[in-house]
Design a protein around this ligand. Structure first.
Ligand code: NAP
Length: 247
């Protein structure tokens, strides 16, 4: 009988690293991507793209595709797919793990205000704020609607609407260096940084630059996700899967 495949719910660097590690070890892995990014960086091993059709659709997929363990390695802000994974794995009795990079924590010298949503982040900015906005293309609307703030909106792919003239659009992929973040913030006279607590090293440089320059930060905090066994690093997650799958 064919070995059960490991399903990685992906869309993150950690998901790609886990897929590469397990594939190199000869373990049967399939990564699932939502299919929302036009040119995603593809992981090693098998890949499927597109939604499952809710928790029930995912449960059907898990059974029909011969999946064993499921690793939810989605982005900390992708709340819906994590809830669906929890429900679906419960329904078909499959083990579910989460691979999740730890959240950033404020350090000495940081001027952070935590807020629960992008809308509240937009409301918290003072009139005239010059903002470096790094929260993804789907959540820029409340900032653009303000009319009395401007700055730089950085994202990987173009937003659905053109930005107002007080905003500069930057289409860039991480990682970024502290020096380049400082240069960007200086060049655009940035007085506020708005970001979401994604965690991870690739996008942390802006927080260090803000600390060094005394720029206050509005931090959108992570949504709640179902409680499952979680691992913070790819190597810890891989070790657990090896243990689980060893004869
Ligand atoms: P979401 O709100 O949690 O999910 C929305 C719907 O997209 C889900 O109900 C599911 O559709 C589908 N979906 C999401 N992730 C999927 C996956 N890995 N494989 C198959 N279907 C998936 O997710 P999101 O915030 O839109 O994020 C979408 C993807 O982008 C995620 O895979 C995530 O890891 C990645 N990402 C998100 C962010 C972010 O800030 N949210 C940042 C970087 C990367 P069905 O209900 O039809 O199954």
């Amino acid at each position: 009988m064919q070995a059960k495949r490991i399903l990685i719910l992906g869309g993150t660097r950690e998901a790609r690293e886990l897929a590469a590690l397990l594939t190199e070890e000869g373990l049967p892995v399939i990564t699932s991507l939502a299919g929302v990014t036009e040119n995603p960086v593809l992981p090693m091993g098998a890949v499927r793209r597109g939604g499952f059709g809710g928790a029930a659709g995912l449960a059907n997929y898990l059974e029909s595709a011969g999946i064993g363990p499921v690793v939810d390695a989605t982005h900390p802000f992708a709340a819906q797919i994590s809830a669906h994974a929890h429900e679906a794995c419960g329904a078909v009795h499959l083990p579910l793990y989460r691979l999740e990079r730890p959240a950033w924590r404020p350090q000495q010298g940081d001027l952070w205000t935590g807020v629960p949503s992008a809308a509240e982040a937009a409301a918290a900015l003072p009139p005239g704020a010059r903002v470096l906005l790094t929260i993804g293309r789907k959540e820029v609307a409340p900032f653009m609607a303000r009319g009395d703030i401007g700055g730089v909106a950085r994202m990987i792919e173009r937003p659905p609407e053109a930005l107002p003239q007080d905003w500069t659009l930057l289409l860039e992929r991480p990682p970024f260096s502290v020096e380049s973040e400082r240069t960007l913030m200086r060049r655009h006279s940035i007085s506020w940084l708005v970001t979401k607590n994604a965690g991870g090293a690739g996008t942390q440089a802006k927080l260090i630059a803000a600390r060094q320059m005394g720029v206050p930060v509005i931090m959108v905090e992570r949504p709640a996700k179902p409680v499952v066994q979680a691992f913070a690093t790819v190597s810890q997650m891989a070790a657990e899967l090896r243990r689980l799958l060893s004869p």
